[in-house]
Design a protein around this ligand. Structure first.
Ligand SMILES: CC(C)(COP(=O)(O)OP(=O)(O)OC[C@H]1O[C@@H](n2cnc3c(N)ncnc32)[C@H](O)[C@@H]1OP(=O)(O)O)[C@@H](O)C(=O)NCCC(=O)NCCS
Length: 420
């Protein structure tokens, strides 16, 4: 088989400027077992890719068998763009990766590995410090240096008779005007993103898919979506949630939940629990250190159905990542990062004082050695470093690993509500 690797940049939201786009999208839809893209989906997805100024990689088989899929449809796809990630106290540019597919007939020939190696190496060359993705399978990306960093719980809250929020509920909730939802969501999400460690940016055209005002599969407006906002006691809008009713289950499905502070979050939950004809509230992306069970009269009404990983991080530049985030403890450590793809290896002296770090390359003997995927998992403070040390992904004296763990720890766990 002859494989041709090509890279295209999405420079506008006009199909005429991107004659390869529909075939490329067809390969993505096939890779994820989705229906062929409708005109609406293709046009809307192109507007998102144009807003991201995304780079689409593809691999084309230049000599397909007669009657097989035509040569114009790539056998592999891979997209990437620059977004921002909240690393704790700061937003940094982030190399976002999505649409990774290899046609079943062309697997295990190193295509995904080649695409990933090129993408990560070039991103590092452009000065990007971290790459991120959300994964359909947990078995794929560890070998490329990605570590699961942000987790989520799928939950059900049993409300109705006997349910009560005991923590004082402040501010006011009101239904939002859906005509204004895109701009409302923009303002509130931007504040969430600026303050929530683990959050990943959303572009304007993608916002309707995240609020689910626009159906993700058809890209048509969804008439069943409702939205509520929360205003604090000073009258400032500081949170919103969107949901859809599931009448047969006397349930609502929360679609997007964007509180910019814990008081807004408790008030939004309290409002949703007060809706008529609702006994269950379901949500796929609850934070995994959620405070709600501590705010209600019966914590067993908050049921975790499934625990999952959402955001995987791949450190490209350890020093840039470690100096970008903030810290809650002071300390020093000599740290070696081991990277089998030779992108992020090195040894640094990490000095943290007054919440900021300096990272200086050194030839000194490292006190702690971390695999690059383990550093990705712990950068945002969402994983206990001793769990990684127990299975050999972090190595060193227990006291030195303790020191690193204390440095990386955050007050709350990271949270991300933006799959991509
Ligand atoms: C996952 C996928 C992209 C891999 O493509 P590929 O070209 O076959 O991968 P490569 O040949 O480059 O193999 C790279 C490595 O990953 C391994 N691998 C590939 N797919 C894997 C899978 N689904 N689970 C576990 N390991 C996998 C290979 O064995 C190989 O391991 P090695 O480097 O240690 O030898 C492809 O199987 C696919 O398209 N799957 C369906 C869509 C999907 O799940 N995409 C991921 C979206 S998050």
């Amino acid at each position: 088989m002859n494989h041709e690797y090509r890279t295209h940049e999405v420079t506008s939201d006009q199909l005429v400027d991107h004659p390869w786009y529909l075939d490329w999208l067809a390969a993505v839809q096939q890779g994820f077992h989705d229906a062929a893209a409708s005109e609406e989906l293709a046009a809307h997805q192109l507007s998102i890719d144009a807003a991201h100024r995304a780079v689409m990689r593809g691999v084309w088989d230049t000599s397909p068998r007669p009657r097989a899929l035509p040569a114009s449809i790539p056998v592999a796809t891979f997209s990437e763009w620059k977004g921002t990630l909240n690393v704790g106290g700061a937003l940094i540019d982030c190399h976002q990766i999505s649409d990774v597919t290899v046609r079943a007939s062309h697997r295990r020939q190193g295509i995904a590995r080649n695409l990933m190696q090129d993408s990560l190496t070039q991103a590092r060359g452009r000065g990007l410090a971290v790459a991120a993705l959300t994964a359909t399978e947990a078995t794929i990306y560890g070998r490329f240096g990605f570590g699961a960093a942000v987790f989520e719980d799928e939950i059900e809250l049993r409300v109705g008779s006997g349910f009560a929020v005991q923590t004082p509920v402040t501010g006011t909730c009101e239904y939002l005007d859906l005509a204004e939802l895109p701009s409302t969501a923009r303002v509130v999400f931007d504040e969430f993103h600026a303050t929530q460690t683990g959050s990943v940016s959303r572009s304007d055209p993608a916002m309707g898919v995240y609020t689910q005002q626009i159906n993700g599969e058809t890209r048509k407006p969804d008439p069943k979506t409702r939205a509520v906002g929360h205003w604090d006691d000073e009258g400032r809008l500081d949170g919103y949630a969107t949901w859809r009713a599931v009448p047969k289950d006397e349930a609502i499905q929360v679609l997007d939940f964007v509180p910019t502070n814990p008081a807004a979050s408790v008030a939004l939950w309290s409002f949703l629990a007060s809706l008529d004809l609702v006994r269950r509230i379901r949500f796929r992306r609850a934070r995994n250190d959620e405070h709600l069970p501590w705010a209600i009269n019966d914590r067993r009404r908050y049921i975790i159905k499934q625990h999952g990983d959402l955001l995987w991080l791949r450190i490209l530049d350890p020093a840039a990542c470690l100096t970008a985030r903030n810290y809650y403890a002071d300390g020093s450590l000599t740290l070696r990062v081991v990277d089998s793809m030779s992108i992020a290896d090195g040894t640094w002296r990490l000095d943290v004082s007054d919440g900021r770090a300096t990272c200086t390359p050194t030839d000194a003997t490292p006190e702690v050695e971390v695999d690059v995927a383990a550093l990705g998992s712990t950068l945002l403070g969402g994983v206990n470093i001793h769990a990684l040390a127990t299975v050999g992904h972090v190595r060193g004296h227990a006291e030195a690993i303790d020191r690193l763990g204390i440095l990386l720890r955050r007050r709350r766990e990271p949270w991300c509500i933006t799959p991509f």
